[in-house]
Write a protein that binds this ligand. Structure first.
Ligand code: FES
Length: 188
């Protein structure tokens, strides 16, 4: 209790009178937002930080609600869910990121082909389901089982036994993250 009183007295000691001599309640709004006293400055900093946190939380909540709504509508239309794959900043140009979509047992791979360009495919080879491996340098998605090759940009077979293209994952970018929005099974 004594400590609290001392703290209040210290705070009061640090307050100074506004240049026009009027009490705080009569000061213009700008003076309250840019105080010259430490206690008031700390109060404004805490208040602004709280406002910032509330806005960030609100943005995240709205974002999650929007994704939930989209997924509900997609489910009703028989479409696969929209799913966040990874933050853009986590995949370097020429880099890859493995994920599962639309179900946990469906391996896929995302490739960042340029600063702003991405492709993603199902990772099971269309010949005998071996796991394919993208090679950005050669532009080929390679299947080590029988030396199959798929074009990196289109997912279509270019060499070896595969005859059908890899399933293509459709992508969208929102708020610095990459989302899968669907998967196209192709025959040609
Ligand atoms: S399983 Fe891929 S080429 Fe045979």
């Amino acid at each position: 209790m004594k400590e609290m009183m001392n703290s209040r007295n210290r705070d009061r000691d640090q307050l100074c009178l506004a240049p026009d001599g009027r009490p705080d309640a009569d000061q213009p709004a700008w003076r309250k937002d840019f105080p010259i006293d430490w206690p008031q400055d700390h109060y404004v900093a805490r208040r602004d930080f709280t406002k910032f946190m509330v806005l960030v939380s609100l943005g995240l909540t709205i974002g999650q609600f929007w994704i939930g709504l989209q997924n509900h509508l997609r489910k009703r239309r028989g479409k696969p869910p929209m799913m966040k794959i990874v933050q853009l900043s986590e995949v370097a140009t020429g880099g890859t990121f493995a994920f599962n979509y639309p179900a946990k047992q469906d391996p896929c791979v995302l490739v960042r082909t340029g600063a702003e360009t991405f492709v993603a495919y199902g990772q099971k080879c269309t010949h005998l389901s071996c796991a394919v491996v993208p090679d950005t340098k050669s532009g080929c998605i390679h299947c080590p089982c029988h030396e199959g090759c798929f074009d990196l940009q289109s997912g279509r077979p270019t060499a070896g036994p595969p005859r059908r293209p890899l399933p293509k994952v459709t992508l969208t970018i929102r708020s610095g993250a990459i989302y899968a929005t669907g998967i196209e099974e192709r025959t040609t």
